[in-house]
Design a protein around this ligand. Structure first.
Ligand SMILES: [Mg+2]
Length: 226
């Protein structure tokens, strides 16, 4: 049985901040130019309420938005919005500067690399492929396939089974303490919190449970830990 390092995707391998917002605004602006009878502010606030209501992984936000505005869906505006959204989003999709060198470093240390991500399977593969990272990973496990999200133990155990690795020889790297770190520790894996820092409550919790994790304020610093 080999040793494995599992990575989260969003805000661990690449920076999501601002990019969805810019893509949404660009999409709405194209729809407004093509006849959506709202101001930029009205359109953005309506879209935000639709996203809040349906969740960010729902894939028909623009259908609902045009339905609300016109009383029926407007296929032309929906398609225009979706295409603009995707074009802008993928134009802005960039790795953190040290992601690639870190993955190469970890692989050279003899680890198998995998992904454990809360998200839709095709959407997450699409990001890995567009970021040119897909060749690094032996297993990619999403919550959609696992039927549950991090921090549920099942998703971590599914990833370990697929990789053929033991929990006590494996490590999870992610930016969310409550999902990535606690989930990994609960199944007996080690963990590194990346692009984030521990709050006082989280530090207290770890001390109380006698648990220890590493923290890397950016992904490049993992090369000093592993
Ligand atoms: Mg994340």
């Amino acid at each position: 049985m080999g040793k494995a390092v599992f990575f989260d995707i969003d805000d661990t391998l690449y920076d999501t901040s601002g990019f969805a917002k810019l893509a949404r605004k660009a999409a709405l602006s194209a729809m407004i130019d093509a006849g959506l009878p709202l101001s930029n502010e009205e359109a953005y606030s309506l879209l935000r309420s639709v996203i809040k209501e349906k969740g960010s992984n729902y894939n028909k936000h623009f259908n609902v938005l045009t339905q609300r505005v016109f009383g029926e869906e407007n296929p032309y505006l929906i398609a225009l919005g979706m295409i603009t959204y995707h074009n802008v989003k993928f134009a802005l999709l960039r790795l953190f500067p040290d992601t690639m060198s870190t993955l190469i470093h970890v692989k050279k240390q003899g680890y198998h690399l995998g992904v454990i991500s809360n998200g839709l399977v095709i959407k997450q593969w699409e990001k890995l492929i567009r970021l040119d990272l897909h060749h690094f990973f032996d297993a990619v496990v999403t919550s959609e396939e696992a039927g549950c999200e991090k921090p549920e133990p099942e998703i971590f155990n599914l990833a370990l089974r697929r990789m053929g690795c033991r929990a006590d020889k494996s490590l999870m790297i992610g930016n969310k303490f409550s999902e990535d770190i606690l989930g990994a520790l609960n199944v007996g894996m080690s963990a590194i919190l990346v692009n984030s820092r521990l709050t006082t409550e989280e530090e207290d919790y770890l001390r109380m449970k006698n648990l220890k994790i590493d923290v890397a304020s950016n992904i490049g610093l993992i090369q000093e830990i592993l």
